[in-house]
Design a protein. Structure first.
Length: 491
């Protein structure tokens, strides 16, 4: 999809007439490479070749509005009642964002009333709309020391008009939605309903997801804390596998459609021999299939460590009748089959059949990676996103998400955040790094013709690819077989 400048502009509620409490400071502030002035824009693309392709003057290049404080603001802070809602699955840093919003609204803008809706959008329905939490600096002072969200969260559909009624009845003119793709879709619908009904209410999104599957953001907050925790489980399983005869260590990690957690956690420990993600289909059987690969690793170094994203290999489960057709959760998200169980069973059966005696150590940390507190990096990130969100709201931006893009904080139309899914690019440099780290780009060891036995028992070299050419480490090592089927060699 080619985006133009117009696609990237965000909606304003109207002219900004009030002086910001920061206006004097901002008037005196000098722009520097580290400070983007309020009128400046941040480029969507960052390679010379991509920019050259547009053949446009610089002011017409696709770009985002810079986030940050404005000298003039839209809302009179004395008249503002803010609302906050957290929606969807948990994510490290939710409490940090809530805390940052409350502190910025009260301390900087002197907003007097902030209401937290309980349990996601459910808390904005007629039945629950009066059961809100009054959020004050005192109430939120220590909340960043715990994971989860003090507001609660939920999945499941709610009526947009009913939620608009709640905002109107509770006098809210600024709503912050902290949610994933679903939450951003709900917020977009809500903003549309608000506009249709002619209300003066800003809706600002702070996108979140541990899966890191939202586009137009460098990396979603909480992702780093989640994969750091995931990496600990990889260490545990590799210690267990290495200490067992014919040890098989398997860690299944969250990641419904995107394998970012699996990739980053694997890179963080550099202990995985095989990484399986939804974006790169694989076969179980066959010379280049997973089972042969596992056997090679076990014969070569005595054990193997496999990291699998929960969304990987769903086609294999379907082929075996292990996937409930069209199963979804309350929000319409696909319910997945258990790829971890399939791996455990098929690897055990295969290795036993070829005369090995596997000891399988399988860990599914599940919620344990997303319920943790944010690490220091994510806490800073959350706080700065919260600051940007408050500035955007006070300046009358609406249907707008605040994100970090190419290390700058920017405003993105919410609809863009839900326009597609961010996935690991099998041709990109992240997947390349995973292949490098797991040894998949090293030339394969020599093998006796017609034999499955690996002659070279040197660890990383035990991985081979039928598409390998010559000695140089090139993408040929990860080539996929024909016509977009994307079924490919694991190497
Ligand atoms: N297409 C949609 N239109 C309107 N509302 C939606 C839509 N999809 C999801 N929602 C609502 O948004 C809320 C959160 O959605 P969901 O449960 O999918 O989590 P999410 O925000 O995507 O977060 P995560 O992916 O991190 O778990 C739910 O209450 C859901 O009803
Ligand atoms: O069990 P729940 O709460 O629906 O959450 C599970 C899902 O949430 C996510 O963490 C984020 O959407 C997925 O990776 C995971 O599959
Ligand atoms: Mg989602």
């Amino acid at each position: 999809m080619t985006l133009h400048l117009d696609d990237l502009s965000v909606r304003h509620l109207g002219e900004c007439h009030y002086d910001s409490p920061l206006s004097e400071m901002l008037a005196a502030k000098r722009t520097s490479p580290h400070y983007v002035a309020e009128g400046d824009r941040v480029l969507l693309e960052d390679t010379v070749s991509m920019l050259a392709e547009h053949d446009l003057p610089s002011e017409q290049l696709p770009s985002f509005e810079a986030a940050g404080p404005r000298r003039k603001i839209y809302f009179d802070p004395a008249e503002v009642t803010a609302g906050i809602v957290t929606a969807g699955g948990l994510c490290p840093g939710l409490n940090d964002v809530i805390r940052g919003l409350v502190q910025e609204l009260t301390v900087l803008y002197d907003v007097k009333r902030i209401l937290g809706f309980r349990n996601g959008f459910r808390g904005m329905t007629a039945e629950h709309r009066n059961d809100t939490i009054e959020l004050t600096p005192d109430r939120v002072r220590d909340i960043h020391n715990a994971g989860g969200t003090i507001l609660g969260s939920s999945r499941g559909a709610q009526d947009a008009d009913e939620m608009v009624d709640s905002l109107v009845l509770r006098d809210i003119n600024v709503l912050f939605v902290i949610g994933g793709d679903g939450g951003m879709k709900a917020a977009t619908n809500l903003a549309a309903a608000i506009q249709r009904r002619g209300h003066d209410i800003a809706v600002i999104g702070v996108p979140k997801t541990i899966d890191n599957d939202l586009p137009y953001t460098d990396q979603s907050f909480g992702f780093q804390s989640a994969f750091a925790q995931a990496a600990n489980f990889i260490s545990s399983v590799s210690v267990e596998a290495a200490a067992s005869p014919d040890g098989i260590g398997i860690v299944k990690l969250m990641g419904r459609h995107s394998g970012f957690i699996a990739c980053y956690a694997s890179l963080a420990r550099n202990a995985a021999d095989i990484v399986l993600i939804p974006e790169v289909p694989f076969a179980l059987e066959g010379e280049d299939g997973l089972l042969a690969r596992v056997e090679q690793h076990v014969r070569a170094k005595g054990y193997v460590v496999i990291v699998v994203a929960e969304g990987a290999g769903q086609d294999l489960l379907e082929e075996r009748g292990l996937l409930e057709a069209d199963a979804t959760d309350a929000s319409g998200n696909a319910r997945l089959g258990d790829i971890g169980a399939l791996l455990r069973e098929s690897i055990t059966a295969h290795l036993t059949e070829v005369g090995l005696a596997p000891t399988v150590r399988y860990i599914d940390p599940s919620y344990a990676i997303r319920s943790v507190t944010a690490n220091a990096y994510d806490s800073v990130y959350c706080l700065r996103l919260a600051h940007a969100a408050v500035h955007a709201a006070m300046a009358g931006r609406t249907e707008t998400a605040v994100v970090r893009w190419r290390r700058r904080f920017v405003h993105v139309p919410m609809s863009l955040i839900t326009s597609r899914r961010n996935q690991v690019d099998p041709d990109g440099d992240l997947w390349m790094s995973v292949l490098e780290a797991t040894g998949h780009l090293v030339p394969p060891p020599a093998r006796s013709p017609g034999s499955a036995e690996v002659v070279d028992r040197g660890g990383a070299g035990a991985c081979r690819s039928t598409s390998w050419e010559g000695g140089a480490a090139t993408r040929r090592g990860v080539e996929f077989s024909g016509g977009g089927s994307q079924r490919g060699s694991l190497c």
